[in-house]
Design a protein around this ligand. Structure first.
Ligand code: PLP
Length: 395
């Protein structure tokens, strides 16, 4: 009668949603200020003023058919040219508008890329810990997600484990750096090693293996860290970018895919992306927001709140006795839970009104995620609670 799979996807709440809803209920009982909700990755920094100004100016002064009408499926040509130029200025690439395909954020960009590439029996790999939605995005195109176990000392890649997961069915590898949930940024050495290995395997298997670089957190990189631009290291790369986090626009659904000329069979891959977008009924990315990001392309993001929050939470947790890799970017901390069962740990944390997400949901049991894109004072006031939580394990 209906698709059981779709029913399950539509009705089964994610752990993050369940925790978030628990938080809302608890806030009604004990007051908003007494609930420390680290569950959601919803940016709390306001959208930059230049983005709002651009949106208002476009709404008031640009021809309505350009603001509210359809665009061509890949997106407004001038917008794509402007974004391509800003990428070239930053990363020394040589893209033009024809290398970009505007999408409804990174989620659409990634799913369209999987759909464009996947043939029956294909596998996409990801290194744990990873953004859980990849699972249903990959399965939605009939492919399989293969998870490489985490290298928990630094959340870079364990190359022995990685190589053991590669098979002739591997069609692509998801690279998410800065990473949700670990906050790690893959070093240049990691990207170079990954590129060397994949080139060797392309040769061995006789077909392309694509990197799908999922980069919604590219701009949120802390002092001393740079995020290598993957197409400069590996030619078969599709970059999936989003303005959800860098411009705090998650509800507006705007991002893009970059398909470099150097990608094997550029014309076919770009054509398949257009076809995948078509069957996924992704008619075009929102016209207004295409114009806005076209005007604002390359402008800086204010990450000072995330820097401050990350340091505060990291130092507080270390002081409370937690073990944690220091975040290098994004706005997540991924510490070790204080007992093996991360679900039990997060349940216990709830007793202290600390809302944390079990690492198992990210493919990494024994850890938990704390999203620190929340008010700094909430983090300040949560620190004694973390101490109480830690102390409860001493008893
Ligand atoms: N990829 C990662 C790693 C994310 O964390 C998110 C959102 O949190 C997305 C993709 C989806 O982003 P968007 O809002 O651009 O669809």
């Amino acid at each position: 009668m209906i698709s059981q799979k779709m029913y399950e996807l539509g009705t089964k709440k994610s752990t993050i949603r369940t925790i978030f809803e628990f938080g809302r209920k608890r806030a009604a009982e004990v007051g908003e200020e007494n609930v420390f909700d680290f569950s959601l990755g919803n940016p709390n920094v306001p959208t930059p003023e230049y983005v709002r100004d651009a949106a208002v100016d476009i709404l008031l002064h640009v021809e309505p058919s350009a603001v509210n009408g359809y665009t061509v499926a890949p997106g407004n040509p001038q917008v794509r040219e402007a974004i391509a130029k800003s990428i070239n200025d930053r990363f020394g690439t040589h893209f033009a508008g024809k290398n970009l395909f505007m999408t409804c954020g990174a989620a659409a960009a990634i799913t369209i890329s999987f759909k464009a590439l996947a043939e029956p029996g294909d596998e996409f790999m990801v290194v744990a810990p990873f953004f859980p939605e990849y699972q249903c995005f990959v399965e939605s195109v009939g492919a399989k997600l293969v998870v490489v176990p985490a290298q928990t000392e630094d959340f870079q890649i364990n190359f022995d484990a990685f190589e053991a997961c590669l098979t002739p069915h591997t069609k692509g590898v998801i690279v998410n750096s800065p990473n949700n949930p670990s906050g790690a940024i893959y070093s240049e050495e990691t990207i170079e090693r990954l590129a060397d290995l994949l080139r060797r395997k392309e040769e061995e298997y006789g077909h392309s293996i694509f990197i799908i670089a999922d980069e919604p957190y590219r701009e949120i990189a802390y002092e001393g860290y740079t995020v290598p631009y993957v197409p400069n290291y590996y030619k078969d790369t599709l970059v999936c970018y989003s303005y959800s986090k860098s411009f705090s626009l998650p509800g507006e659904r705007i991002g893009y895919i970059v398909v470099p000329d150097e990608v094997a069979d550029f014309g076919k891959v770009y054509g398949a992306i257009a076809g995948a977008a078509r069957v996924l009924t992704h008619v075009n990315a929102p016209s207004l927001w295409q114009l806005v990001v076209g005007r604002c392309a390359g402008k800086p993001s204010d990450i000072s709140t995330y820097v401050k929050n990350g340091q505060l939470l990291y130092n507080g947790l270390i002081e409370a006795g937690f073990t944690c890799v220091k975040p290098q970017g994004a706005f997540y901390l991924f510490p070790k839970a204080l007992e093996e069962d991360d679900y039990a740990f997060c349940e216990r944390a709830k007793q202290f009104d600390l809302l944390l997400v079990p690492g198992t949901d990210f493919g990494c049991p024994g850890y938990f995620r704390a999203a620190y894109c929340i008010k700094t004072e909430t983090i300040e006031r949560s620190l004694p609670k973390f101490k109480e939580l830690a102390a409860s394990y001493q008893k």
